[in-house]
Design a protein around this ligand. Structure first.
Ligand SMILES: [Zn+2]
Length: 309
């Protein structure tokens, strides 16, 4: 179902080496490639002289050294953090200590909803629970630096505290993991929520910035059109879940097998959580039903289907 999205799997950056990816923006990719991070996490430097850093990255000394090296002779005045996954924010304390910059983000890590009774937090290891911003940003808030103006855009969904940042002078958006050119975004409860994610996509679709720089992968051109593809992709996935449930009640592994064709086996767990995210949203809207709160081990049926047994 993902053939419809014009993904860009190219990548030309060298780990821990700064390269200009847009006017007034340099990127440095961390050397943490993987099935969820593509070629690695992207850190960005905005401006020249007095600069801002977006997403210092993982707590990786080589990456932190490369980042500090790239801004040698410059002053880092702001650090912006898109969200608190361990590949984006754990370098903050060291970069802050080395530069004295203030840290701006939506807030500490938090779940999109409370845990259900008996539910474990499967994504615990991926979250940076220690992160605290110096300045908590609200949606729409504007931060001015020397030569750059940043507008905070709350884009929850991948995480509850996910923020994108519009760089006004560059007419571009730092989209974090909310919009990525190489892959769809993981939306996994309880960290993430599909209804938030879809609202956040629609929010970006109403904006005009043509270029996005994201947490992983190369810059995304014709970004508003790409966002429309992402919206269409999720709507199609929802339709295929409904299509499967029309044949009868099913558990999540069954739904994953039916709707994900040719899935990388390393991503089966993520796919299950993504389906759970859709199911939560569809249960909340009354389209499908399950016993108790939607859970990873539940069985799902169309809301108007008779109870099994
Ligand atoms: Zn993330």
């Amino acid at each position: 179902m993902s053939d419809d999205i014009p993904f860009d799997k190219s990548f030309t950056l060298v780990p821990d080496t700064a390269a200009e990816v847009a006017p007034q923006v340099r990127a440095i990719v961390a050397d943490n490639p993987g099935p969820f991070t593509f070629k690695g996490t992207m850190s960005y430097i905005i401006g020249r002289g007095k600069v801002a850093i977006v997403d210092p990255g993982p707590d990786d000394d080589a990456h932190i050294a490369a980042l500090l090296d790239a801004v040698r002779g410059e002053t880092v005045t702001h650090i912006f953090v898109t969200h608190t996954h361990r590949d984006h924010s754990p370098a903050v304390p060291k970069v802050k200590a080395a530069t004295g910059a203030k840290v701006y983000a939506q807030g500490p890590h938090r779940l999109a909803r409370p845990l259900h009774i008996g539910e474990t937090h499967r994504l615990d290891a991926s979250a940076d629970m220690d992160f605290r911003p110096d300045v908590a940003l609200a949606d729409g808030e504007v931060v001015r630096g020397d030569g750059f103006t940043i507008e905070a855009i709350a884009t929850p969904g991948h995480t509850a505290n996910h923020m994108s940042f519009a760089f006004k002078e560059g007419d571009l958006i730092f989209a974090g993991d909310h919009v990525m050119g190489w892959s769809t975004t993981i939306v996994a409860p309880p960290d993430g929520a599909m209804s938030d994610y879809m609202d956040s996509l629609h929010k970006l679709a109403r904006r005009s910035e043509p270029l996005y720089l994201s947490g992983h992968g190369m810059p995304i051109k014709q970004a508003p059109r790409f966002v429309q593809h992402l919206i269409g992709h999720r709507q199609a996935r929802e339709a295929s879940i409904l299509h499967r449930l029309r044949k009868g009640a099913a558990d999540i592994p069954t739904i994953v097998r039916a709707v994900y064709i040719g899935l990388d086996p390393r991503l089966t767990g993520a796919a299950a959580l993504s389906v759970l995210a859709h199911l939560e949203d569809m249960v909340a809207r009354g389209e499908i039903a399950t016993e108790g709160p939607p859970s990873i081990s539940g069985t799902y049926r169309l809301a108007d289907a008779p109870l099994p047994g």
